[in-house]
Each structure stands twice: as C-alpha cells, then as structure tokens.
Ligand binder design. Sequence first.
Ligand code: TEU
Ligand code: CA
Length: 543
Amino acid sequence: MLDKTRRGWWKSAVFYQIYPKSFLDSNGDGIGDIRGVIEKLDYLEKLGIDGIWLSPVCDSPQVDNGYDISDYRAVWPAFGSMEDMEALIREAKKRGISIIMDLVLNHTSHRHRWFQEALKGRENPCHDYYIWRDGEPDAPPNDMQAAFGGSMWTYVPDLKQYYFHQFAPQQPDLNWENPAVRRELYDMIRFWVDKGVEGFRLDVIDQIAKEPDRRITGNGPRLHQFLEELSREAFIEEGLVTVGEAWGADVERARRYSAQDGRELSMVFQFEHICLDQQPGGEKWDWIPLPLVSLKRCMERWQRGLHGQGWNSLFLNNHDLPRIVSRWGDDGKYRVESAKMLAAMLYGLEGTPYIYQGEELGMTNIRLPIEEYDDIEIQNLYTGRLSRGYREEDVMAAIYARGRDNARTPMQWSAEPYAGFSRVKPWLPVNPNYREINARAALEDPGSVFYFYQTLIALRKRYPVFREGEFTLLEPESEKLFVYTRETAEERLLVICNFTGESVPYQRPAEFAGAWLLLGNYGTAAETLRPYEAQMFYGRKQA
Ligand code: TEU
Ligand code: CA
C-alpha cells in the first residue's frame, strides 16, 4: 500500500477510472451503481490500483450522463444514496484505494436550482451565476459552435436574453467572474473532502475562464488566477490529488498547471497524443491511421518538457475515447498481444497511469444501429452530418471508429447473460464478444491482459526508474518500432514496442547487453520482434 501522507504520493500511484453507469448493476435495473463498485473493490485491489477516478455520481437529469449536475451535494438516485457513497469511500480506503471525484465546475445542468432561479429574472441573485447577453430571437451574440453541435447561445424569450453554453443547451456555463459562484463551488468541494474524498478530476478545467465576447473559451486570461484561488481555498489538505482535464494544454501551459510548487494542480490530463490520428483541420470524426513517428515525437516532447518541472497523466482510454486496442492495436488476431504492447509503451513512461474500466481486459469497440446509441454527441453528429449532405455509411463508419459509446458499453464480467453486468437488459448494449472477453476468463488465464497490467503496476512501484528516469527516444524515424530508454544514476530501462503485425528486426544498444528482460508479452525475448511484441529490459549501472 502506498503511504498517502507522503508528499507527491500520487506520482507512484496508478488510478482506475470507473464510469459507474456501465460498471456493475447490483440491483437489477440495468444501470450500474455505487453498490456495484463496492462489490468489485476486491477485484480492483487485486489489480493493484491506488485510487478510483469516479465519473460523476451527483444528481443529474443525465442529458450528458452526469456531466450535467443538478445537485452537487446529492447522489443520482439510480446510482444509490449518500450512505452508499460513504460506504464506498470507507470500503475503498480499507483497501488502500482513494476515491477521486469528478468535479464539473465549468457548467451545471439546466435543472440545477441556480439556473432555475436565474430564469426567474435579471434581479434574481442567481441570474449572474450564468453568462447572459441581451438580444433578439434568431440573432445570437456570435456564431460560436457548441461541442455537441449547434450554437453556444440559447435564447430565453421571457428574459429577452441568451445564455452561454460550451456543451449542450442543458449545460449552461457558470460565470466564474462572479465571486459568489466561486465561493459556492469551494464550499461544495469542502463538503466532499469532509466525506473522505481524497482527490478530484476537474472536468474541462481550462475552459472555466471564458470570455465569449472575445470568442475565448479555453485558456482565458484569468485562468491561472482562478486555478490558484481554487487551490488555495478548496484544496487545502497536503495529500489531496487534483487532475485537470485540459484539451487546450501544450507543454508550456501544462508546466504551469502542474508546477512542483503545488500552486495550481497536481497533474494535467492532456490530449495531444490522442489527437494525432485526426486529419489536420478536421474534427475527431475525420480520422487517419496513427502516424507513429508523430506519436513518438509528441511523447518525447512531453516527457522531456515536464521532467523535473511538472507532472503528466498517462492514458490511452477514457469514457470519451474509443477503445485503444481497436484504435492503435489489432482487435482481431493480435488483440491480446497488442493490448499488452500498448500498455507496455505507456507504463514505461514518466507520469501517473490511468486505466479505464475494461482496458485491463482488452475490451474492444462496438458497432450498433444508430437508434441504439445513447450518447448525445453521437446522435447530434448523425443528424448534423446527414443534414450537411454526408453519406450515411461514412457517418456510421466515423461513429464506429470514434464514437464515445465504444467506451461506455457495460463492463464484461463473465460469460453469463449480459456479461454478468446486470440481470436485465442494460441501458446500453453489451459487446457481443463478452463470451470470450470477460474478467472471469481473464482471472483464470495467467497469460491474460489483466495479469500483464497487474505486473506493470507492481514493477512501477518496485523500481524508481519508472518514476524518476530521464527519457530518451531511440529510432525516432522508425515507422514500426517505438523504442525508448529511461535512466537514473543507478538504473536503466529499455522499452521496445512493435506497433505492427509483422516481424521487425531490432538490435539492442550495447549498454543493455547485460540487462535482463523485466517483462515481455511473448515470454522470452527474441532479436526479431514478433507481431505487436513488447519488451522491457532493466539494468543496474556499475557502482
Ligand atoms: O469532456 C470535455 C470535452 O471537451 C469533450 O466533450 C470532448 O469535446 C468530446 O468528448 C470529444 O469527443 C468532458 C467530459 O469528459 C465529457 O464526458 C463531457 O461530455 C464534457 O466534458 C462536458 O462536461
Ligand atoms: Ca442499478
């Protein structure tokens, strides 16, 4: 167990993200819940994780699956009660697992009491909790487009005003310029810290300091001021871990968010690497095969840029992203090999790893008829692109490749009906491959993806080089291999990953002649790398 009183304990930690709606349904209503998470804590302890990032469980009309909160201090009844949350925090802590809550501070649900009050009139004290501009119907203040399609402005005829929302109209943006809003949010954070929560993941935190008249959403001028205040007023305890989701972060900004003086956040969760397989100038739906050389250069820039100065998250999946084995690996013949290879590539790096539920099983993407998708982003994309003249088959192909519901299908626990996720038909279909890919089968197979992750987690804790080693990229021009080293004064690590389904020869550098194979996805290491082979070599330097 990690000693969480130690400063920066989260640098040695591995976190596991739970999307509660899809994790485990304990009471047979087809929706995952908090009791379901409690039932699987032993499974998570076995995997070796130190904390759970719990996607939002607060009360919500679920327009965006809980990223639209109507009451920050209550639990959505389908997920359970406040007592269930308290039990989860307590039971997790017993196993050395911290609960990291997902904080949505940029916006609320339109059903939140503040917004309902705000609608009552300009004189209402809550009116200024949101962002309003006077106007006439059909003439929004500007043409900014919201993340899920449509305008960022929605008109309220009674007030003759537009309100601002970066996401759905049911997710009005909070006005961070108003000190009363900030105070409410800090008090709410303290409410959860008092319940024993040990950290927070901050949803779209780089978008709070918006200035819509200047068309600024991300990285607004007052962002760092707000973050410093938030940290000073709400994140008071030394051990609290804070992770900022920042789509707009580059290395330089990330250094500031996660500076070692702790003035802002513990670490960033940025997306540069995961956006590389997107057409330049296109949207996420316009994808291209992964340019491996760019991925390596990107990783190198982040590894070297934050070393000793900031701290990054390491991830390939979350609830917004397609399954990585379908994306950058091979979800057919080499599913197991490629899932392990991608993990090895990531876990050799500096940063704090995040496993997204099912990643440790090598879960894959799904294909559904359009009406079976739940996600607001998918549904809006479908209608939006069809109305703009796209061909239906192309739109569906984009959804299969990039849709968020790929990540949200129920967790595959066993070969029983509905994958052991629920006794009844779940809210979103189970991937039909659950008979083969499921946790029970993985636990019975010593060669499973699950045990590979378990080993990687244990290795990261055993050898300081994983936490402190300096990164060097080798073979930068190779379009097939991703090779790098990490090095401290005492230790060296070599990670070799074959990103293709072909055999690729590779000669290890001389310094690693006496090194031993710490881990490989084929058992023993050969000089010619087999399809999707990964090798991790470790050596100690001579005194
Ligand atoms: O995501 C932020 C965000 O920018 C994404 O919505 C992104 O635009 C989209 O997922 C790309 O496909 C966070 C949450 O992770 C996401 O689930 C929420 O929908 C969003 O904020 C709004 O709260
Ligand atoms: Ca349930």
